[in-house]
Design a protein around this ligand. Structure first.
Ligand code: ATP
Length: 235
């Protein structure tokens, strides 16, 4: 589904990502792990077009999409939920969801999509007419994910969905991601600081350190790898 090769990204003189390869199989959940500043957020931004990479290629379902604009990528089936949620707080829950479906040509989807999102995230159904600024952190995260899902992506990039949430809320969100994958075959690339949470839901994981990939394996093997855990995962 996603094939990233030799990706390099820089912020001025700072090289934040150096020659990174990542493959994400269709229908899989892949976690991107690593300590603060490892380059995880930069990897997602370079894939989704928010930060044009200096070198390397990004292929989505076989098509070269390197340096395509984020809105083009949404049309091609890639959605990105950035760190810090990215919902529009002045709008209501339902207005945010409708915005997420704006690019869809199949207008019948809007109604189906809204009821699907309310089914997946019941707290949003109860708050559909409230402004997003009145939501709790967990509800905002649900809204950000649901809004991205309204574009009916094949690949969802998620940056730190459990950041700042109570463990119970984080667990609920992770469980919903599992349901989604099982029901829709959605492919997920998930950035997480909390390696334990990520490895419990992911099939595979890559570990970044100082912008380079230092491990790439199935999630169970990585969780059992003491060297990687001690050196890069604070587990
Ligand atoms: P975090 O969990 O803190 O978000 P991360 O693994 O996602 O960490 P990145 O945010 O990708 O790491 O940062 C990678 C490197 O790039 C770090 O050295 C960081 O200081 C640097 N960096 C990130 N954003 C910028 C920016 N806007 N300008 C300059 N340097 C940046």
């Amino acid at each position: 589904m996603l094939d990233v090769s030799g990706l390099v990204a820089e912020y001025g003189p700072v090289r934040a990502l150096d020659d990174v390869d990542v493959e994400v199989a269709e229908g899989s959940i892949t976690a991107v792990l690593g300590v603060n500043g490892a380059g995880k957020t930069t990897l997602l931004r370079a894939i989704s077009g928010l930060l044009p990479p200096k070198a390397g290629t990004v292929r989505l379902a076989g098509r070269d999409v390197t340096r395509r604009a984020p809105e083009d990528l949404v049309r091609l089936g890639m959605a990105h939920v950035p760190e810090g949620r990215g919902v529009i707080v002045e709008l209501t829950v339902e207005e945010n969801l409708r915005l997420g479906g704006l690019w869809r040509k199949d207008k019948g989807w809007l109604r189906t999509g809204l009821s699907r999102m309310y089914e997946l995230f019941p707290p949003l159904a109860q708050r559909r007419s409230r402004r997003a600024e009145t939501l709790s952190g967990g509800e905002r995260q649900m809204l950000a994910i649901a809004r991205a899902l309204m574009s009916r992506p094949e690949l969802l990039l998620l940056d730190e969905p459990s950041l700042g949430l109570a463990p119970r809320t984080a667990a609920q969100i992770v469980a919903t991601l599992r349901t989604l994958r099982a029901e829709t075959g959605l492919t997920l690339l998930l950035v997480e600081q909390n390696a334990g949470t990520a490895l419990s839901v992911a099939d595979r994981a890559v570990v970044l350190n100082l912008g380079r990939k230092v491990a790439d394996d199935d999630a169970a093997s990585l969780a059992a790898d003491d060297r990687v855990r001690r050196a890069y995962l604070e587990m």
